[in-house]
Design a protein around this ligand. Structure first.
Ligand SMILES: NC(=O)c1ccc[n+]([C@@H]2O[C@H](COP(=O)([O-])OP(=O)(O)OC[C@H]3O[C@@H](n4cnc5c(N)ncnc54)[C@H](OP(=O)(O)O)[C@@H]3O)[C@@H](O)[C@H]2O)c1
Length: 249
């Protein structure tokens, strides 16, 4: 029997300082998870950890730049040594740079690929021993990768972001083929516009967008499914408008 550091389930949430990641972290804390939250903004992380701690679970805030492999390794190692396992991994950090192809600087291309795709691969790889510990204790572990509707349908002006988010969809599928049968089940979330600062550039009222709590609800639900049930992908679309299901892509 694997020795347990904590009786609570545990989760690592990247992008926790952003709109969607914060909603996911709040839902997990309210549901009794011990958390590691991360982003680059240390002041925001400290405030958020205080807020989340009111739910009575442990909240470790560990700043990390996820474009840097050594910072990813330190982040995941800190989670592992604090909690001993990772029941839920949420790869939510991401973002795009709006610019037509031909006008993209190479460093901006690299940044979008690194942040939206490479970071999730590296977090998964570093987290694998701790995901396996969760499987040993609870019979399953969940990885949730936050892609985008742009990861299903390429967006003009967001070619590199779209490519990286498509890559995240493919990575999730391959991870399930490789690890699903041992109890590590991965799900990719593909939202259209979500009401966060990232979507503020769009001329769409926030109330017409998907809400961050919709994705948070999905993460909790995914973690509660019976061990042999795997949901590979979920789309979240407003009925009409940009990145919607109405063909206006
Ligand atoms: N909002 C939308 O309409 C929408 C639609 C589809 C998909 N998504 C996806 O949903 C995810 C969350 O987006 P959001 O709307 O919540 O955006 P957001 O509010 O801008 O949050 C982005 C998050 O990513 C983190 N981040 C950015 N660069 C980082 C880096 N180099 N290292 C570590 N963390 C970094 C930010 O933290 P720091 O700034 O503290 O580093 C922040 O926590 C992203 O993957 C995004 O692509 C969003």
């Amino acid at each position: 029997m694997t020795e347990q550091h904590t009786h609570n389930p545990t989760a690592l949430v990247t992008g926790a300082t952003g709109g969607i990641g914060q909603a996911i972290a709040e839902a997990l804390a309210a549901a009794g998870y011990d958390l590691t939250i991360t982003g680059r903004r240390q002041d925001r992380l400290v405030t958020l950890a205080e807020e989340l701690g009111r739910h009575g679970t442990q909240v470790a805030s560990t700043p990390a730049d996820l474009t840097k492999e050594d910072e990813i390794e330190s982040l995941v190692a800190a989670h592992g040594s604090a909690y001993g396992r990772m029941d839920v991994m949420v790869n939510c950090a991401g973002g795009g740079i709006l610019a037509g192809l031909g006008r993209q600087k190479t460093r901006h291309i690299d940044l979008q690929l690194d942040l939206n795709l490479r970071s999730a691969v590296l977090v998964f790889q570093a987290g694998l021993p701790w995901l396996r510990e969760a499987v040993a204790v609870r019979g399953h572990a969940n990885v949730v990768n936050v892609s985008s509707a742009a990861g299903k349908h390429g967006q003009p002006g967001l070619t590199v972001y779209s490519a990286a988010k498509h890559g995240l969809v493919g990575f999730t599928e391959a991870a399930n083929a490789e690890f699903g049968n041992e109890g590590i089940r991965s799900t990719v979330l593909c939202p259209g516009l979500v009401d966060t600062p990232l979507a503020a550039a769009y001329d769409t009222p926030g109330e017409d967008m998907v809400q961050p709590r919709d994705l948070a609800t999905a993460v909790l639900w995914l973690a509660q499914l019976s061990p042999r049930c795997l949901i590979p992908e979920i789309s979240f679309l407003p009925p009409t408008g940009p990145l919607s299901g109405d063909g206006n892509r």
